[in-house]
Design a protein around this ligand. Sequence first.
Ligand code: HEC
Length: 214
Amino acid sequence: MAIGYRLLGKLFPSTQSPTPITPNPQRENPEFPIPQLLIRIRSQYTHKLLMLCRLFTRLLILVVVFVVYYSSSLPAQAANKIDSYIARYLHVTEPIALEMDEQGNMRLFSPQELSVGKQLFENNCINCHVGGATLPDPQVSLSLLKLQEANPPRDRINALVTFMRQPMTYDGSQETYWCRQLPPSLLSQQEIESLAAFVLTAAQKSPGWGTESF
Ligand code: HEC
């Protein structure tokens, strides 16, 4: 304790106590005589400690404000950002229409949504599906041809979403535990559709996507 006080005194040598030091009547009780000097020193250090506390609180408030500001603005920035891969290799710079189902229903996907999809792919799939290949099972790549020939075909958004919610073997006969399952608790409908849109667009447009040249 005493060392701490001494240290504080060295840190803030010029700080003056703003509060006048009034003798504490209790302390002056003749039953407990405490020298005035001790009381003085004590209240000076309490004051310095208080100042430190205030400084710390201000710092803490600053940090909290900073964190809140960034955590709220980062997703917004990410949502507006168009990944350079999307523009350069998939040639998507404005919304594109993708087939949702075999009935020919279409939905527009913005380049921002495809960028979100690419990010999700990088976070969840790339370990096994780098460049659209399937490392654990190269026969079942994510190339457009492979997606079309699967049973049922997986070359439309809804079919891809159904597959990702519950991955099945290539012939559709049973569940597969090789691929990553994405329950709604992990990815929302909108997110999983963005991911499907990225996979489908990459399969349609990206040169070398899913080829077995690895
Ligand atoms: C641990 C490795 C692994 C991860 C991670 C993984 N997959 Fe797979 N994926 C596989 C394997 C293996 C298969 C082939 C499964 C089979 O046929 O039994 C497959 C199959 C697929 C297919 C079907 C391909 C076709 O031609 O029919 C799609 C689509 C697919 N994965 C998408 C994804 C997506 C999207 C993600 C990320 C959310 C992902 N996978 C994560 C291993 C993985």
